[in-house]
Structures are given as C-alpha cells and as structure tokens.
Write a protein that binds this ligand. Sequence first.
Ligand SMILES: [Zn+2]
Length: 103
Amino acid sequence: MTRPERAPAPKRAKSARASASAAAEAKAAIAPPQLDLFPVRPVIDVLDPRSVVGAQTGVEHLVRVRLRPNDAPHLIFHDRHGWYCESHGPTCHTVQLARDEVK
Ligand SMILES: [Zn+2]
C-alpha cells in the first residue's frame, strides 16, 4: 500500500535545507568582510607633545599606538630625527599607522 502523500516529503526536506543554506549565505553577506582580516582595529591616540614632553620640545607629533586595546603601547615620535618608535626605532610597523593618523 503506497500513500501518495509520502512523495512530497523528501522534496520538503530538500527545500528546508536550501532555505537554511540561503539564510546562512544572507548572514555571511551582512557581516563585513574585513572582520576576519582585522578582528581588532589598532587604537591610535594623537597626543600633544608640549603637554607630554614639555613646552620647549621640538617634537612635532607624538602618537600612541596599540595594535590591540590591551597591548603595550608604541610611542611614536616625529621630530628633527624623523618618525620613529620610542621602543623599536624608525622601522617599527606602527610608525606608518601613526603617520597615517596625523596626515
Ligand atoms: Zn614599536
């Protein structure tokens, strides 16, 4: 004894899977693509050199860069020697982030 109403069952299951997959695709489309590449954005604070170093300072720019909020900060100076990180020197990769920030 075959019941004709059983036939649509696999079709319903397939369409349920299809709509679940479509929902997952829609969710993925909403999420910003750069979220996976840069899960946390650097924290960059432009400081006032005169209030940090002193009123007579020749430092033109002073920028504090944290690659993540809880990381130790890189202190980037821009003075007559050029741009450099206090801890790592001019080749520190946070120097470019600081330069971009004050540009
Ligand atoms: Zn550094």
